[in-house]
Design a protein. Structure first.
Length: 371
């Protein structure tokens, strides 16, 4: 009898390791190192939550100041990285440019840095890379980080070109927090697989970026916004969804491997969308459209909206170009990836599963001219 274990496709419901970083649960809860996302969203700053995810505990005042100082002092990428970004076609997707730049950064820096320095240096540069890869592709001047601003304000400023108002900053920072970490999602698992080979953190994050780009994962926020713009009118929502489902298409921003009834991040983001609309006095039809699609998806398919569905209209109202939605997700999730990279290395065993071979056996080589 074989001692091999067969697991469901997509590793559905399979527990592959232990983690103390975060946990999403089918009941609709999400905790980062013991703290619920609701609690953190109400009280914490993004950098506090990032410290928590990286270190497993909330920072003391001095520790947070030092963490923020390190993020600020490492936030400017070398200009050679921007030269590389400038060589890419103008219509490259920003996720591809970002992945290329992180890979290039690794080639330039990984051999000169110890692991901890590399991790902070990489994560700190993400906001500038996200905004400037896009700017370079669009012939705009590079913007530099402003150390007088907090992390979220400066990130948004580098994208939109203006310092956000208080509510805009608050809302943007909350969405960054929702994207920070989500246990063993596809990109974090990728990072762990790469880390388990003892490759450096730049290599692991480059892999994480590649996995995040896909429309079933991080790419869903960009697609959700495109869909919302295409539908346009709440009255057209049902017909639009019916036609997608009839074609067997996945509706972006719906469904989740873990959450089957509610994604807590989506509901928090929905509240933030409402608040943002009131604050900037935007037309409420975007909220009504989202709500109509959400209700109909539940009625038709019993699928809940996920975080990407509500992050998308928030980013839209904040004036963020749609192709930057997934790169922004990446700039936040990088802290989660690094936490997973470190947790993997703490008690490492190379991740190398097996397959059941179902191909032919015993074939004899046939010379090419006889095939
Ligand atoms: C996230 C996702 C990949 C999860 O996949 P999964 O865990 O394999 O999904 P499930 O097995 O729970 O899907 C159950 C059923 O709902 C369907 N389904 C899931 N998400 C759907 C969606 N967004 N639109 C239409 N149908 C969907 C599946 O096709 C499946 O149908 P079947 O039983 O007839 O095959 C999937 O829901 C999806 O593709 N969503 C859209 C992309 C997205 O928003 N991704 C971001 C996730 S945070």
């Amino acid at each position: 009898m074989s001692d091999k274990i067969r697991v469901p496709k997509g590793l559905y419901g399979v527990v592959v390791d232990e983690s103390a970083i975060a946990k999403s649960d089918v009941s609709g809860s999400l905790v980062y190192a013991g703290y619920s996302i609701d609690d953190l969203a109400e009280h914490a700053s993004f950098t506090e939550a990032a410290f928590l995810v990286l270190n497993g505990r909330l920072p003391k005042k001095g520790e947070l100041e030092e963490f923020e100082r390190l993020l600020r002092s490492n936030s400017s990428p070398p200009s050679d990285v921007y030269r590389i970004a400038g060589l890419l076609p103008a219509d490259s997707h920003p996720m591809d440019s970002l992945r290329t730049c992180i890979s290039a950064l690794g080639a330039m820096m990984s051999h000169t840095q110890d692991r901890h320095t590399a991790e902070l240096s990489l994560a700190a540069k993400m906001p500038a890379l996200v905004s400037n890869c896009y700017r370079i592709a669009h012939g705009q001047v590079v913007v530099h980080p402003d150390s007088s601003l907090d992390y979220a304000s400066d990130f948004l400023r580098m994208i939109t070109g203006r310092i956000p108002g208080q509510t805009e900053r608050w809302v943007f920072e909350r969405v960054l927090m929702f994207y920070l970490e989500h246990d063993l999602n596809a990109s974090s698992f990728t990072v762990r697989v790469i880390g388990s080979t003892l490759a450096d953190v730049y290599a692991a994050v480059t892999g994480g970026l590649a996995a995040l780009k896909g429309p079933l994962h991080g790419g869903a926020n960009e697609n959700a916004m495109k869909m919302l713009l295409e539908v346009g009118d709440p009255a057209k929502a049902q017909a639009f969804i019916d036609s997608m489902l009839a074609k067997g298409e996945k509706v972006p921003g719906f469904g989740h491997r873990v959450y089957k009834r509610v994604d807590p991040r989506a509901q928090l983001a929905k509240g933030l969308l409402k608040r943002l609309i009131e604050e900037v006095r935007a037309d409420t039809s975007l909220y009504e459209l989202c709500d109509a699609i959400e209700r109909y998806m539940w009625e038709k398919k019993k699928l809940p909206a996920n975080v990407d569905f509500y992050a998308a209209p928030i980013f839209y109202l904040l004036g963020i170009p749609i192709p930057l939605y997934t790169p922004i997700f990446a700039a936040s999730r990088v802290f989660g990836w690094i936490a997973h990279y470190n947790e993997q290395l703490k008690d490492n065993k190379i991740i190398r599963p097996d397959v059941e071979y179902v191909g032919p056996r015993g074939l004899k080589y046939v010379p090419i001219e006889q095939r």
